[in-house]
Structures are given as C-alpha cells and as structure tokens.
Design a protein around this ligand. Structure first.
Ligand code: 13P
Length: 342
C-alpha cells in the first residue's frame, strides 16, 4: 500500500469513529451572508472569524466531532488566539477538510438541474491547500445538488457524477479522502418513494463513474441525504425514513465503501437527530456494511447561531447549544437517542 493510501485509511478511520460525526462549517461567502442575515449581522471577515472561533474553540466538542469541513477563507484564517483554524482543529485530534467545489451553475438545457463547478486547476489548488493548512487537512468535500422534480435524466446524472468522480480522483491522487456529496434536495412536494428512486439512481451512477475513473471506493466517504418526502408535504415518521434510506443504500452502494455521513438538508435540528437515530437502528437491523453518521451544517449550528447573535457575551451559551446538538447526534449515531433527552 502506498503512503498516501495509508494516510487516507487513517483519515477514514478517525472520521468514522463511532459516536462521532462531522461538522460542516464550510458555508460559502454567499451562504454565510444569508445565515448571518437571519440574526441581523453583517458578514465581514471579522464576523465570520468570530463566529467560527466561537464554534471551534468549544470545550470538549472533539468528544462528538471527528472532522470539520472548512471553506477556503477559513483554512488559514487566524483564530482569536493566534494559530490558524486548521491548526486549532487539528490540535484537538479533529481532522479539518476543505470544500473544493466552487458552487453551481445553470445548464442551458438541463435547467433547473444545475452542475457543480470547480475542476479547473484542482490538482494545483489541492497542493496549495496542503501548504496553507500546514499539512493538517485530511479530506475534500464536493457537493452536487439534484432536484427530484423534474426527474433527472440519465445523461444529466452521468455527467454530474463523472464530474464528482473526477474530483474524487484528484483528491485521492493528493492523499485527500474525497467526501462525495450528491444531495437530493427536499425542495418540492414529491413522495418518499420518488426521493428513494432518485437517490439510488444517483448513488449507483456515482460509484459506476468512480470505477470508470479508477477511484478506489474503499478510500471515499459518501455524504448524502436521507430518503425523505418533499418539504412541502407531510413530515415522515423516523422509522419510514430509516427503512427507505437503508433500502436505497442497499440497492446502490458497494460494500467496500466505508461510510455514509448525512447532510441535514433543511430538516429541523431535532428532526435530523431523530432521523439519524432511526437510520442507525435500521442499519443495525439489516446488518449494513457501512458506518453511518452525521455531517451536519444547519442542524448542528442553527441553535448556536441564534444564541450567539453576533455578541461576545453570548459565546459561552452558544457553545453550550452547539455542544448539546453534537452530543445528541453522537448518541443518535449509536441509535441511543430519545426525544426526551431534548
Ligand atoms: P446541511 O447539513 O445544512 O445540509 O449542510 C451540509 C453540507 O455540507 C452542505 O454542503
């Protein structure tokens, strides 16, 4: 085995530690501006630094968080105490990673389905990230969003998943574990089984494209959605989500792939924890070969962001709110969460 493969295996082993999950703190400049607008805070280099400092200096979060996904700016941004955020995270035994995609762009004819951009010069950018993070980054993340309605065509899925597979190839060639994130969106009024069908078609396509591009599935992590009804319809029972999600995975994923980390995708914080717990229980029941855990953005941060409100005096309370969600999701990863713990 090459040194890079050993490094990637170690990264995967740490990221998929039972009882832990990943914090997605990789909001792009546009997204963080929207998040801050919800607390009437202007997004500046300093306010973004202060917010991420609040999250990433929380005492004990490493007990429930194994990795943190960062956005370009945050990689070598200095935390309040001095070291960069990448170094601050790594010093706790948590692995920092980097969002490598450069957002989505409309396609003239596939619209409203869109394509993720960011392959140009990616090999060079990854080398720069190694330097900028002082060698602490361990993984990449690339997100492609997919609408259930209109039904994505085979050609669209094939093209989009080939792009994602190429990003995975570049990542592995630089020793980074690719976290591949096809996100079937909750937008719309589709039924649970429509989401299930698009999810398994997409995942099957992704691993077919990886094979074509000689990406080793054993050195990847899948980040994806749970199977859910559209957000304009009813709220699904967690047991239904667990059953449908595991069924979609079993229909489409190779058993050599080590783990799936879920995005929260617009579910409420409590809903995301409840559904993770149901997926964990179902995974045990069907003896799934993969480790399942969380890689939440909003479902880990929403309460903390609201509590913080951009004010220094609220840092301790906001950190407590963040730690609570991290702890409860850690329990849900093991299937040991109950709503009464809220
Ligand atoms: P959410 O959990 O807020 O969906 O974010 C996860 C993520 O990484 C989106 O790319």
């Amino acid at each position: 085995m090459t040194l890079d493969a050993q490094k990637m295996q170690k990264t995967i082993h740490t990221l998929l530690t039972p009882g832990k999950g990943i914090l997605a703190a990789d909001e792009s400049s546009g997204t963080i501006k929207k998040r801050f607008a919800s607390i009437a805070l202007e997004s500046t280099e300093e306010s973004r630094r202060d917010y991420r400092d609040m999250l990433l200096t929380t005492q004990g979060y490493q007990n429930f968080i194994s990795g943190v996904i960062l956005y370009d700016e945050t990689v070598d941004q200095k935390s309040r105490k001095g070291p960069t955020f990448s170094e601050t995270i790594a010093a706790r035994g948590v692995i920092p990673g980097i969002k490598t995609d450069e957002g989505k762009e409309e396609h003239p004819f596939w619209n409203p389905q869109s394509l993720t951009r960011g392959l140009n010069g990616l090999g060079k950018r990854l080398k720069e990230y190694t330097d900028r993070s002082n060698g602490t980054l361990g993984f990449t993340k690339w997100r492609q969003v997919i609408l259930v309605d209109p039904t994505p065509s085979v050609s669209f899925l094939d093209y989009a998943m080939h792009i994602m597979a190429e990003q995975a190839a570049w990542s592995q060639s630089e020793g980074y574990v690719p976290i591949c994130e096809p996100e079937i969106l909750m937008d719309g009024s589709h039924a649970l089984d429509q989401c299930a069908s698009v999810t398994s078609r997409t995942l099957e396509m992704l691993y077919t494209c990886m094979e074509a591009q000689q990406v080793d599935p054993a050195l990847t992590i899948l980040k994806t959605n749970m199977v859910l009804s559209g957000k304009e319809t009813k709220k699904d029972a967690p047991e239904d989500v667990g059953t449908a999600t595991l069924k979609a995975f079993q229909a489409s994923l190779p058993s050599s792939m080590p783990g799936i980390v879920f995005l929260s995708g617009g579910q409420s914080s409590v809903q995301a924890t409840e559904n993770l717990n149901a997926c964990a229980l179902q995974a045990k029941k069907v003896k799934a070969p993969w480790i399942l855990t969380f890689s939440y953005g909003r479902a880990l941060q929403d309460d903390a962001l609201k509590t913080w409100g951009g004010k220094n005096e609220n840092v301790a309370a906001a950190q407590e709110a963040f730690l609570k969600r991290a702890r409860l999701n850690g329990l849900a990863q093991r299937g040991e969460y109950a709503k009464t713990m809220e």
